[in-house]
Design a protein around this ligand. Structure first.
Ligand code: AP5
Ligand code: MG
Ligand code: ZN
Length: 229
C-alpha cells in the first residue's frame, strides 16, 4: 500500500491518438508516474514463460487481455511504484481502464487505497488519421520511446534518440490488428468516456495538432487542477 493518499490522472483516446507520446512528455512535468498496461504486457511478452505466451495470444491479434489478469498486474505495479519513499503525486494511467468493468474495478481500488482521480484526459483524433499513425510508428526496443516515420522521425534512421538502441515496429501494428483494436475501442472503451464525463472529470483535448502544443495544453490544464486542491 502507498503510505500517503495519491492523486491519479487517466489518459484515454483511440489507438494512435498519442496517449503514450503525450504521457511520456507530461508525466515528469507533473510529478506523475507514467504507467501503460500495454507496456507492462509488452515487458512480459519479451520474456519466455507460460504467461508471456498467453498474453501474446491476445495482444498480437489486437484483442483485450482478460480483465482479472489486467487489473491484478496493474495494481501490483502501482503498489510497487507508490510504496516506500515515492516523490510522485500519483500515476498517469495510459491504456487503462478500457471497458466499464475495468473503470468500476479502478473505482473500488482507489476507494480502498484512499486515493483520488483528479482528471481524465481525452485525446481525440478523427478515426481516419489513426491507421496512418499506427502503421508508421516505430518504437525503441530498449527504452520504449515512440517515433513515427513521417510525423516524428528519429534524428538517425532506425536509431533511438534517447538511448541509441534499434527501433522496431510493434507486433500489433498490422492493419488487421489495428482494425480490431479500433473496433474494440469504439464499442467498449469510448462509452467509458461518458462515465467520466458524467462524473465531471473529463478534459477533452484536440489531439490532431503538433505534439508539443498538445502537451503544453495538457500540462497547463492539469496544473491548474492540482493547484486548486
Ligand atoms: P496499448 O499499448 O495501450 O496500445 P493501444 O491502446 O492500442 O494504444 P497505442 O499505444 O497504439 O496508441 P497511443 O495513443 O499510445 O499512440 P502513440 O503515442 O504511440 O495496448 C496494446 C495491447 O495490450 C491491447 O491491444 C491489449 O491487447 C493489451 N492491453 C493494454 N491495456 C489493456 C487493458 N487495460 N485491458 C486489456 N488489455 C489491454 O502514437 C501513435 C503514433 O502517432 C506514433 O508513431 C507517434 O509518433 C504518432 N503521433 C503521436 N502524436 C502525434 C501527433 N500529435 N501528430 C502526428 N503524429 C503523432
Ligand atoms: Mg500507447
Ligand atoms: Zn531508446
Amino acid at each position: 500500500m502507498a503510505k500517503k493518499s495519491a492523486a491519479h490522472v487517466i489518459i484515454m483516446g483511440p489507438q494512435g491518438a498519442g496517449k503514450g507520446t503525450q504521457a511520456a512528455l507530461v508525466a515528469p512535468r507533473l510529478r506523475l508516474e507514467h504507467v501503460s498496461t500495454g507496456d507492462l504486457f509488452r515487458q512480459v511478452m519479451a520474456g519466455d514463460s507460460e504467461l508471456s505466451t498467453e498474453i501474446r495470444g491476445y495482444v498480437d491479434r489486437g484483442a483485450l487481455v482478460p480483465d482479472a489478469l489486467t487489473i491484478r498486474m496493474l495494481m501490483e505495479y502501482v503498489d510497487e511504484v507508490l510504496g516506500g519513499e515515492s516523490e510522485m503525486r500519483g500515476m498517469l494511467l495510459d491504456g487503462f481502464p478500457r471497458n466499464q468493468a475495468q473503470a468500476e474495478a479502478l473505482d473500488v481500488a482507489l476507494r480502498e487505497r484512499g486515493d483520488r482521480l483528479v482528471s481524465v484526459v481525452h485525446v481525440d483524433v478523427p478515426r481516419e488519421r489513426l491507421m496512418e499513425r499506427l502503421t508508421g510508428r516505430l518504437v525503441c526496443s530498449n527504452c520504449g520511446a515512440t517515433y513515427h516515420r513521417r510525423f516524428n522521425p528519429p534524428k538517425v534512421d532506425g536509431v533511438c534518440d534517447v538511448c541509441g538502441a534499434t527501433l522496431t515496429q510493434r507486433s500489433d501494428d498490422t492493419p488487421e490488428a489495428v482494425e480490431r483494436r479500433l473496433s474494440i475501442y469504439y464499442e467498449q472503451t469510448a462509452p467509458v468516456l461518458d462515465y467520466y464525463r458524467a462524473a465531471g472529470l473529463l478534459l477533452d483535448v484536440d489531439g490532431d495538432r503538433p505534439i508539443a502544443e498538445i502537451s503544453d495544453g495538457i500540462v497547463e490544464a492539469l496544473q491548474s487542477k492540482f493547484d486548486a486542491d
